[in-house]
Design a protein around this ligand. Structure first.
Ligand SMILES: *Cc1c(COP(=O)(O)O)cnc(C)c1O
Length: 230
């Protein structure tokens, strides 16, 4: 039996330590629990430990969980890859989407977001290490996408998201996060928009370098819920 509440306490302690070490303001760093492939019972434990934000990658699985937990006031974040025929459900179900990787997907989300709901919070996924295997905008494409998407109705462009290349060298990972931070600041200036405030980066293995380089939203799965059975 994995002690999810203890894991959450451990992750929070790591965040606190890194926040101090890198002189960050703790109010600027939020923790999002990545609950993909985890049962509702595991999410319930995390809710009891004070987690309100959950990340999901698979639409069908997320639909069932969101419906079962609809009485709770939670924020659901879609962080998986987006096929264009799935945008309607994503626009209807989620509060945030971190994995917008092209302007056409943002257009569909904007069109399909129900008017009765608050604007959908969006982060643009950046393929920061230009890996062939990853989706995301290339760094050189980001500013143009930011200026187009920031003007779309029913969306609130909140920031950028990245998953750096897998590496055992923490300095290499940190350098990728630093490039994200630079891009984030450039984008902030280019649209001059106060709600562009989120840098979604840092997973179980790289919470610390992400905090060092300005992450505001950490997406942690394994270190909270344990290994996923695939
Ligand atoms: C699965 C996933 C995570 C969580 O990764 P862990 O290594 O389990 O913490 C974070 N972000 C995205 C986009 C993911 O797909």
């Amino acid at each position: 039996m994995i002690a999810i509440d203890q894991n959450i306490a451990d992750v929070r302690a790591r965040i606190k330590q890194a926040t101090t070490l890198y002189s960050r303001e703790s109010s600027t760093i939020a923790l999002l629990a990545v609950s993909k492939k985890q049962p509702v019972s595991a999410i319930q434990v995390a809710i009891a430990a004070g987690i309100n934000d959950f990340g999901e990658n698979y639409l069908q699985e997320a639909e069932a969980k969101i419906s079962e937990l609809r009485e709770k006031s939670l924020n659901w974040h879609y962080i998986g890859s987006i096929q264009s025929n799935k945008t309607r459900s994503i626009a209807e179900l989620f509060d945030w989407v971190h994995s917008v990787d092209r302007v056409s997907i943002a257009q569909r989300l904007s069109r399909q977001r129900p008017e009765s709901l608050a604007p959908l919070n969006i982060c643009l996924q950046v393929n920061i290490d230009a890996e062939a295997s990853k989706s995301g905008l290339l760094p050189a494409e980001v500013l143009d996408a930011v200026s187009q998407i920031s003007a779309m109705p029913n969306l609130r462009l909140r920031g950028l998201m990245a998953i750096p290349a897998k590496s055992t060298d923490v300095e290499a990972t940190r350098a990728s996060f630093a490039r994200m931070n630079t891009l984030f600041k450039q984008a902030q200036q280019c649209i001059n928009c106060s709600s562009f405030d989120s840098l979604s980066m840092g997973m179980s293995a790289d919470i610390e370098p992400a905090i060092a380089e300005g992450a505001t939203l950490l997406r942690v799965g394994t270190d909270i819920f344990g290994a996923r059975s695939s």
